[in-house]
Design a binder for this molecule. Structure first.
Ligand code: 13P
Length: 343
């Protein structure tokens, strides 16, 4: 294992004041996003949309890495430049989603396990050739009556650790993502318990599979109230509980932590990240690895129309800058308003 390479890539991903753009929606998921703006999802429209984001002003100030889907890492921009080279030319690391999605877990109704380990060694070797510096694997942990089960937590954390070990063998930094899903009416207490449980099992499995933590990035959910909870915890409580749970369960050797947005509104995702960075002494860098919370505004502004490209790029640049500020603990309502006026 080339530990120095892994540490170097992880450090670039965790550049202070920058974070990761998750643009790795599968073909099915991006189609759903495009349906919302009445835009047909084709190889070209997906390319045009993603190229638009990568070329936006503000990208190089705030984005340290981009998670790509298999199609995109092989795709060229309209002028023939490989999209992965375009990303690298802007100082960001190209990364790749390698999991094959979450499938129903037998015997455990309402629960899923992420697949994709078969053949992964060969796929990682090819992605390394294509210039990927890191990879992503997402496990899904649902909360409902009687779930998650130990079976679900165990199967998913074991798969995450097997994936991480294979990545490191290939010289690729694994982003390990055990996502406790926000959907449901559960309280923040339940989210806190389940998140702590999942993280403690995850670090045990990573130890068992001999994963080098200094060459990993954790992508967790925040500790947050369920979407339909009768009362929802505010920004300061989410920040305090997320930091406390991470400190309890994530070793300080881990190279960094980059949150998913998980269905939070754009501004909530920014405010939560900012509150953690502004208010706490932390043993690791905390940043973003947002999909929806970075892209929603740009998609809405774009509507699949060439004449809206500048407006969509401005919307993306604004969110990227705001999250860059939050990664440094320097965001405020005032910077949000000032940035909106400028955009
Ligand atoms: P969201 O920020 O939209 O949750 O997506 C991040 C991601 O990459 C999930 O795997």
């Amino acid at each position: 294992m080339d530990k120095a390479r892994l540490e170097e890539i992880a450090a670039q991903m965790m550049t202070p004041g920058k974070g990761i753009l998750a643009a790795d929606e599968s073909t099915g998921t991006i189609k759903k996003r495009f349906d919302q703006i009445n835009t047909e999802s084709t190889e070209d429209s997906r390319r045009d949309y993603r190229e638009m984001l990568f070329r936006a002003d503000g990208f190089d100030e705030a984005i340290s890495g981009v998670i790509l889907f298999d199609e995109t890492i092989r795709q060229n921009a309209a002028d023939g430049t490989a999209l992965r080279d375009l990303i690298a030319s802007k100082g960001a690391v190209p990364g790749i989603k390698v999991d094959a999605g979450a499938k129903d877990l037998p015997g455990c109704p309402g629960e899923q396990v992420t697949e994709g380990l078969d053949g992964l060694r060969d796929r990682l070797a090819e992605y390394r050739e294509l210039g990927a510096g890191f990879a992503k694997w997402r496990a899904v942990i649902n909360i409902a009556d009687g779930i998650p089960s130990y079976s679900c937590i165990r199967a998913n954390t074991h798969a995450l650790a097997r994936y991480a070990a294979l990545c490191q063998e290939a010289g690729i930094v694994p982003i390990v993502e055990p996502e406790v899903i926000m959907d449901g009416s559960h309280s923040i207490d339940v989210c806190d318990d389940v998140t702590g449980w999942a993280l403690s099992e995850l670090y045990q499995e990573l130890y068992n599979q001999r994963v080098y933590l200094e060459g990993t990035v954790l992508k967790p959910n925040m500790v947050i109230s369920g979407t339909d909870a009768p009362t929802r915890a505010g920004v300061e409580e989410v920040a305090a509980r997320t930091v406390a749970t991470l400190k309890r369960h994530v070793p300080s050797a881990v190279a960094g932590i980059a949150f998913l947005s998980g269905g939070q509104s754009d501004e909530e995702a920014t405010a939560h990240l900012n509150a953690m960075n502004a208010g706490y002494d932390l043993p690791w860098g905390l940043t973003f690895s947002y999909g929806r919370a970075l892209q929603q505004a740009a998609l809405k502004a774009w509507q699949g129309q060439t004449e809206n490209v500048a407006a969509a790029q401005a919307a993306f640049a604004h969110r990227a800058r705001m999250n860059g500020l939050a990664a440094a603990g320097e965001w405020s309502e005032a910077t949000e308003q000032a940035g909106q006026a400028a955009a």
